[in-house]
Design a protein around this ligand. Sequence first.
Ligand SMILES: Cc1cc2nc3c(=O)[nH]c(=O)nc-3n(C[C@H](O)[C@H](O)[C@H](O)COP(=O)(O)OP(=O)(O)OC[C@H]3O[C@@H](n4cnc5c(N)ncnc54)[C@H](O)[C@@H]3O)c2cc1C
Length: 454
Amino acid sequence: MTYDVIIIGAGPGGIFSAYELVKKNPMLKVAVFEAGHALNKRKCPIDGDKIKTCIGCKSCSIMSGFGGAGAFSDGKYNITNDFGGTLYEYIGKKHALELMRYVDDINMQYGGEGTKLYSTSGSKFKKLCVQNDLHLLDASVRHLGTDINYIVLENMYAYLKEKVTFFFDTPVETLSIVDGGYKITCQNGEYTCKYCVVSVGRSGSKWMESICRDLDIEVNSNRVDIGVRVELPAEVFSHLTDELYESKIVYRTSKYGDKVRTFCMNPKGAVVNENTNGIITVNGHSYEDPAKQTENTNFALLVAKHFSEPFRDSNGYAESIARLSNMLGGGVILQRFGDLIRGQRSTPNRIEESFVTPTLNATPGDLSLVLPKRILDGIIEMIYALDEIAPGTANDDTLLYGVEVKFYNMEVSVDKNLQTKYDGLYVIGDGSGITHSLSHASASGVYVARKITE
Ligand SMILES: Cc1cc2nc3c(=O)[nH]c(=O)nc-3n(C[C@H](O)[C@H](O)[C@H](O)COP(=O)(O)OP(=O)(O)OC[C@H]3O[C@@H](n4cnc5c(N)ncnc54)[C@H](O)[C@@H]3O)c2cc1C
C-alpha cells in the first residue's frame, strides 16, 4: 500500500497533523498507524473493585490509542511558551502561540464550546506568590475536562475517519528509507509513503530511540523531573483554582538551589496510575461535569534534575527510582505528609483515620525509602512554601503519592521545519522531546502538515 503521508501515532500530534493535511489538501492519501485501540475500545481495567491496581496490559489504554496519552487526561490546553515544551525555539514564539490558538478554535468547533478559558494575566496571585518567593508562570488555560475532551476526540474521529485511513492495534515495527520516500513494516504488512510524520509520544520513546539509532539521527537527553503527587481538600487551593484553574508555580530551594514546580493541577479531581513501559507511576485528572468531581484537589510537585557528562541516561535514573517504589509498594506508594515529617511509614490504619480520603488505591508506605534525599528535601521545602499562600498544604493529612516522573523523550535532532536530516521525515509531539503537552504537541502537528502541503 502506498500513501502520500503516513503518520505514526494517533495522539494529539498525529490527529492534528492528519486534520490539517486533509483540510489543506483533501486529495492527499493519508494513513495513521496506531499501536493502541480505537477510542471506543480504550478501557483501563482498574475498576476500584475487582481490579484495584495496574495489571500491566499489553497496550495501556491510558497511554495508547486514538487520542494518545491525552484521551483520558484533564484536557488542559495551556496556551503559553512558558512551559509545555520548547516548540517556540524552532518556530518562534508568536507562531507557536498562533498555532496553539488555532488548535483551541478547532477544539471549540468539535465539542469544546462553552468550556472555560482561564488566564493568569492581571492575577493578584502573582504578587502573593512573589512575596513568598514563589513564581507564578504566565498562561491561558482551556480546561476541557476529561469528559468534554473525550467528546472532542469522538467528533474529530467521526470527521477524520471518512478522509483518512486508520490502522488501530497496529504498532509500527520498523521505519526505513526507500526510493522516493519511506517504508514502514507492521505485523500485517509493509506500507510506503512519500512523507512520514512520526508522533509516537512518551509511550513510544524506546521505539523512537531505536529508530534514531537505525537511521543515525542524533539525539540528546539530560533532563528528568521526579517528585510526588499531592492530594488535599479542594478548599485549600480553591482561591487559586477558582480564578486560574491551574497555577504553575516555581520555587528554588534554599538548601540545594534546585527548582521545584507545581504541575498538572486538578481541582476536585482524581489521582490515577500511569504505566510507562511497564513501570507504574502516578498522574491525575478531573472532570468538567460537577457530578463526577471529588472533594480533593491534586497536583504534582516535581524537582527538575539535569545531568551533565558523562551521565546520559536521565530517564534510566528516574525509571530506577520508580521501579524501587513498585518493588516496595507493588505499585504507587502513599504517605501522609505528617508521617513523612515524623519519619514513620503510613499504614492502612493511619490512612483510614486521615481526614483526606485518597482517590487512588495505593499502598501506604514510606516515600523516604524511595526518593533520594535531595529530591525529598526539595519537595518538603516547597510544601512549606506553598503553605504560606495556601494554608493547609502542610497539614498532617495531606497525601503524597510516589513517585511521579515526567520522562522527557530524548530530543531528536530536527530543523526549524521539524524535519530530520532526511527530506520528508518529520518528528513531532512528545516523541520528539520538543513538546510535553497537549497544546504544544497538537500545534506541532498542524505545523508540519502545513509544511508538507506547502
Ligand atoms: C493521565 C495524563 C494526564 C495528562 N494531562 C494533561 C493535561 O491536562 N494537559 C497537557 O497539556 N498534557 C497532559 N498530559 C500529557 C499529554 O497527554 C501529552 O503531552 C500529549 O498527549 C502528547 O501528545 P503526542 O501526540 O505527542 O503523544 P501521545 O499522546 O503520547 O500519542 C502517541 C501515540 O503514538 C502511539 N505509538 C507509540 N509508538 C507507536 C508505534 N511504534 N507504532 C504506532 N503507534 C505508536 C501511542 O500508542 C500513542 O497513542 C497528560 C498525560 C497523562 C498520561
